[in-house]
Design a protein. Structure first.
Length: 522
């Protein structure tokens, strides 16, 4: 018997705000309460040790013993929907984080609880199979092959978010969820492979996961066929993704380091469609996941492992074309006694993040000099977000600071915009639809943007006062999320629900450093 560790981080507004004093209960599969924890000012619990089978069981496909243990979580806080996470996976010698974004309780008396079930790791089950066509697996006639060929984007970019369909393409009842690109990759890797494997095997698999994902986005494989998502979570078509599963810390750290690197063939622009399968119960023309363990143990590095399975002319490419990233990594680590404009920018980012995560110490003079106070602020930031806490701003820390800064400033911008626009005590009486323009559309777009920070299924929109296709799609997503007829028209029912949800979020959620929008009574 071994031990693994679990940390729970409870946030809201897409990681922008910690929830303090949230209750976290850990139970075994018999329902026995093992631990009752509280989150700190950064939304974190302490790491808790939990029993797990010895990791030797995870290193060979022939071993039929238990590979990991599972536990259940209950996460609650006043004013928020209570989440139940079932079958959280714990591996011997591995630390993991269950990061949950709680949704504000809308006050309707419905949806006060939410259950999430984590299925077995994909290595434990047979990946569904079907004939391959253009790199996609078809099962029967599930996919209409007469639909248009995929489009090709001009440039390869790392998106800020990816939309995942929680089912097969023909399952129109399945939900679509919008998640950050890096969180998606971490989720798939934690669902597809064992964190106990050699690091070079983990890296090879993660490169394949990134490249397959970017291939779907770059070719617009699903969107060119009329779907409103980028990829599915069906292993018969794409990769395993499990909503709200726990993420293993070593996998998370690797993804943070290489998330903007992908495989391509020499002379070609598009990311390589890196097909793979477990290599034990299922074989395929691409990479064997179990085979990567053997090759890593033989001393192969990630590129050598990939070349063993894919064409010999593949290469690993890095791109700094990262959508909505406020600043690209300057290229080398920043540390104490250094001075640069990039350091000054990072210092200002940290000082703004501190408004929402007050455990991070203030950098009193953000002048670009990396002094002891900057080292202390960086080290605390790293601790809060589960990074190796060395106080040095390398690539991983830089992009994490950049991502969190982007999230917290969205809330600041929304509040600022709300002060300028004003939200009335009662909704407008206008009926808005495609083609509508004016102040009421601006107010609609503001409310949608505010709600989108707490409900990822509702996309953000450009606040331009014009009711176009993007705004209509956001309205329809809002209507679906809150059980309204999704016709994309904003009439009395939709206006009332928009106001109800907005005001309920506002009353439950405190945004540090910001003043809520005033009530416009005129």
């Amino acid at each position: 018997m071994g031990l693994g560790k679990l940390n729970v981080q409870v946030l809201t507004a897409e990681d922008a705000l910690p929830i303090i004093n949230a209750d976290v209960v850990i139970r075994d599969k018999s329902g026995n309460e093992l631990y009752r924890l509280k989150t700190d000012e950064n939304g974190n619990t302490d790491y808790t040790e939990l029993n797990a089978p010895d990791k030797s069981h995870t290193l060979s496909p022939e071993d039929s013993g238990l590979h990991y243990s599972v536990y259940d979580l209950e996460i609650s806080s006043p004013g928020y929907v209570t989440d139940f996470i079932h079958n959280v996976q714990i591996f011997d010698g591995i630390s993991s984080t269950e990061r949950i974004n709680l949704l504000p309780d809308t006050g309707t008396g419905q949806d006060t609880e939410a259950d999430y079930w984590i299925p077995e790791n994909s290595l434990e089950t047979d990946r569904q199979s079907g004939p391959l066509e253009n790199g996609i697996q078809f099962a029967g006639n599930e996919f209409d092959k007469t639909l248009p060929k995929p489009r090709i984007l001009t440039n390869v970019a790392i998106p800020e978010y990816i939309t995942v369909h929680l089912g097969t393409p023909n399952n129109t009842a399945a939900r679509n969820v919008r998640v950050k690109f890096t969180d998606y990759i971490k989720n798939v890797a934690s669902s597809e492979i064992y964190p106990t494997w050699p690091e070079n095997a983990l890296r090879a698999n993660i490169y394949a996961i990134i490249s397959l994902t970017l291939n779907r986005i770059y070719t617009e494989w699903y969107r060119s066929k009329g779907y409103v998502y980028d990829i599915t979570n069906s292993t018969a078509y794409d990769q395993a993704f499990v909503e709200n599963r726990n993420i293993f810390d070593n996998i998370s750290n690797i993804v943070d380091e290489i998330f903007n690197e992908y495989i391509r063939r020499q002379g070609l622009k598009e990311p390589y469609y890196a097909e793979y399968c477990n290599g034990s119960t299922v074989t395929c023309p691409g990479m064997s996941q179990w085979g990567t363990v053997t090759l890593a143990n033989q001393g192969m590095n990630p590129l050598q492992i990939l070349k063993h399975y894919y064409p010999d002319d593949i290469q690993i490419i890095e791109t700094n074309n990262i959508v909505n990233n406020p600043a690209s990594y300057p290229g080398s680590p920043m540390k104490e006694d250094m001075t640069s404009e990039d350091i000054r920018r990072m210092q200002n980012f940290l000082n703004r993040i501190r408004a929402d995560f007050p455990a991070i110490p203030q950098i009193s003079n953000p002048n670009g000099y990396y002094g002891a106070d900057t080292t202390a602020a960086v080290r605390k930031f790293q601790e809060v977000f589960g990074l190796p806490a060395d106080g040095i701003t390398g690539k991983v820390t830089w992009y994490k600071i950049s991502a969190i800064y982007s999230g917290v400033t969205k809330l600041a911008e929304l509040t600022s915009e709300g002060e300028r626009i004003g939200i009335g005590t009662s909704p407008p009486t206008s009926v808005l639809r495609t083609g509508s323009k004016g102040a009421d559309v601006i107010q609609l777009q503001f409310i949608l943007n505010y709600i989108s920070q707490f409900y990822p299924a509702v996309p953000s929109v450009i606040q331009d006062g014009t009711f176009g296709t993007v705004t209509k799609n956001a309205v329809m997503a809002f209507q679906r999320t809150f059980g309204i007829n999704s016709d994309g028209i904003v009439g009395p029912v939709t206006w009332n629900k928009l106001y109800q949800v907005y005001k309920q979020i506002e009353s439950n959620v405190e945004v540090p450093g910001n003043t809520p929008p005033p009530q416009d009574t005129g």
